[in-house]
Design a protein around this ligand. Sequence first.
Ligand code: UGA
Length: 440
Amino acid sequence: MKNITFIGSGYVGLVSGAGISDFGHKVICADISEEKIQLLKNGKVPIYEPGLTELIKKNVDAGRLFFTSDLKKAIKKSDIIFIAVGTPQGEDRAADISSVKSVAKIIGENLNKYKVICTKSTVPVGTGELVKKIINKHNDKQTPFGYVSNPEFLREGSAIKDFLWPDRIVIGSDNKKSFDIMKEVYNPLYINDKPILNTSIVTAEMIKYAANAFLALKISYINEVANLCEALGANVQDVSKAMGQDGRISSKFLHPGPGYGGSCFPKDTKAFAALSRKNGQKMQTIEAAIEANKHQKIRMVKKIRSLVDGDFSKKIISVLGLSFKPNTDDIRDSASIDMINAINDGGGLVRAYDPIANDSMKKLFRNVEYFESWEEACKDADAVVIMTEWNEFRSMSIQKLKQLMNKPVLLDTRNIISIQKLKENEFYYDNVGRVSDDAN
Ligand code: UGA
């Protein structure tokens, strides 16, 4: 059993902290926000992630998971410190690592015995060296420490599953002692035969960006294939299904849509592109993926505009799904933001519904009407746009939808509605990459 502190009790810190406490270790989730810590101490989880509240409760009850805003005390008590603070996009597109730097300083000042310092936040390649330097600078007693990079590969909405059943664990270290300690942290997974890859620190940092950027690239690629399918009358769902059956390609992340969003892909691709330019190795593929994603979002707006005869003015448009993907209330960089902005700018009226992200969107758009069900949101609509593939939209009755609407007009940016049903109900419709057939 190890004593572990997570500094940063946001998305990554909470999921990983709760997950590691579930392995049997004693974990303190620390954060400078007293408000957040108070909430957690009261059994409330400040983010929406399926299964997280239960996992936290289970481990708090078992006496393995604690919360504090006293970073210094938490650091002193622990054998391993995870840095899990946010690294938002900075002004120059590169990730802003100011929080990582200030945490490194506090760690240096409070090193009272040998500890392993582990960065979990997504940081630009090369940050490990900087963190080590900062710790050393403030480590007056020159207490020895180990440094590792342990990137996370969690997906919002399925983060608990991803944490407890990962495809792989990457640990970048420059000495065997710290790697062995980290291996013990993940011992339960190791027993389950999950590959634990030991790399250099810089390689581990690189793996995170290379993986995220590749997935984003894959999405932009299939989106462009979908757009070409539209021009040629082919069906992208069949194309992607057949492509995915090739083991070298794999079927995952081959779903065309309105353009990727979230807190990771948009930020990480830009940071990766900025990093590569800075190092004189411009990554043309990633820059193209970013550009293609921007166009995909614009393309969705063009589609709905053309479905409503080229003019949003005074039209009621219902937007179903606001989060950047299902099972999260996160709307960061969601394609629905671009959609709502364009409809608003064009003088249209937006009626929105999301099973859980209404409140998040309310902070961004006040001039949108929010509803508690898709039925209410679609009443009297001149057009409906599906932006997120929530299950409840998949099973929506198209007949009922038609009865509710002023005109049967639908844009399905996630390809979840059967074209057959839309045709039967005489809808005027569009989707992404399916001109004629219906692969449903
Ligand atoms: C992503 C990665 O998948 C995780 O492995 C990584 O740990 C995480 O970023 C991170 O760096 O923290 P996440 O942003 O939660 O996870 O969401 P994804 O499931 O990857 O989806 C990202 C976006 O791509 C969403 O807008 C989604 O709708 C879109 N997408 C995904 C598609 O348009 N098509 C697909 O086939 C898959």
